[in-house]
Design a binder for this molecule. Sequence first.
Ligand code: ATP
Length: 239
Amino acid sequence: ETAALTLSAQNLTRHYGEVVAVHQFDLQLRRGEVLGLLGPNGAGKSTTLRMLTGNLAPSSGGVEICGIDLLDKPQEAKAHVGFLPEIPPLYFDMTVNEYLLLAARLHRVPKEALKAALENVKQRCGLEQHSNNLIGTLSKGYQQRVGIAQAIIHNPDVIILDEPTVGLDPNQMREIRQLIRELGTTSSVILSTHILPEVENVCDRVQIMHQGSIVFDQPMIDLRQQNTSLESVFTQLTQ
Ligand code: ATP
């Protein structure tokens, strides 16, 4: 049995004047899938993520989230998406609890569901012991857990993470990667990163973008079976 589609993007294209930032991006993502989105600087990853989260209108093409058209019904569709931007919108002078309450409000979590939602994300992100700590006093790794917690406070079906392990030490990276794998068991995850071993370690499937187009899209297991390194594929396709 195949799991339900959570995200479907068709022919997503975005121009900036003469520049084609993204050209005919296609993606069908199922629950339980973790997709790695790779590409050199300027390949079009950020533009793609912004279109998938409904923060940027495509020049053409469309996106459905859990069967809801993102352009027709943005509020309804966005309720199923969680996003961690490259620079998480953290407030260092708030406690973890205060911040997650704010995030819950922004994501329109119903009042009667607030307490359970907070407990749930703190548990999933390993933040139970830090509820009343100021975010500014947490380590970079724990701050990133808070960033992920705000992205999943409304229990989204699609979780989009933009370079979530940048600037972390190896231990913190390992913990965040483990967390991402866990998120991928119940939702769909898109992980944009520059770190190839991270994709090998965490993802079920990899897409490589180059100059606005998808130049590679394969299950990780196929690469492993062919004994092909992601590094060699990436280098060949993006030079
Ligand atoms: P990075 O890894 O550096 O973030 P990226 O893969 O996310 O790169 P994008 O930021 O999506 O790439 O950019 C894709 C292309 O679109 C680039 O050529 C970029 O210069 C161009 N571009 C992006 N945003 C704009 C904008 N607001 N105006 C004009 N051109 C833009």
